[in-house]
Design a binder for this molecule. Sequence first.
Ligand SMILES: C[S@@+](CC[C@H](N)C(=O)[O-])C[C@H]1O[C@@H](n2cnc3c(N)ncnc32)[C@H](O)[C@@H]1O
Length: 213
Amino acid sequence: MRLRNKPWAKDMINDNLDLISIQPENMQGKWQARFEKKQPLYLELGSGKGAFITELARRNPQNNYIAMEVQEGAIALILKKQVENKLPNLQLLLANGSNLSDLFAEGEVTGLYLNFSDPWPKTRHVKRRLTYKSFLEQYKFVLQDDGKIEFKTDNQGLFEYSLVSMNNFGMKFEELSLDLHNDEKLNEDNIQTEYEEKFSKKGFRINYLKASF
Ligand SMILES: C[S@@+](CC[C@H](N)C(=O)[O-])C[C@H]1O[C@@H](n2cnc3c(N)ncnc32)[C@H](O)[C@@H]1O
């Protein structure tokens, strides 16, 4: 998903540096200081326009959340919502998730969400998939020992690839569905992302897994 640059984005970001961090240095181990309360910290990597993480944070004031995006045009749309909502347990981060260990300390994160990550279907782009082993290594480092990854996608190829990649990495699968929206138990508290709404309306089934290291 490539979003058009927003002419207003830079000013909005610079006016709200209490809500958003930009490729920060020396933040490892210090993220809790950005929030009102010290409580479990969850990260969404590739939040897009932010519908999921904003609603998740609203429903769960007992946790802290970070919405991470590499695209300024996307994070600016999340920021626009957050400037209105001012959820005390949501922070935004404009940065690339390929080097999470430069941004977070070992075990600093309680849980990680990957929603409708770019599929990168060509084999020569395999290393860009967010479930490629170099990403899994980073997740393992930043997640606490019993930390979970939750992953949703409509993309069959990416889901199959991710199952194999995670299995080869020795990860344990705790939940799995090839049709999340028709799974009464798993779908009960499901919060849809923008992509999820769009593609499930077109008839695509949503794959879901929860795994730990
Ligand atoms: C296909 S979109 C899905 C957006 C949203 N999660 C949803 O489900 O509607 C993938 C998003 O991940 C972001 N992304 C991809 N690679 C990233 C990376 N290495 N670090 C941070 N964000 C990334 C993209 O900019 C894009 O907004």
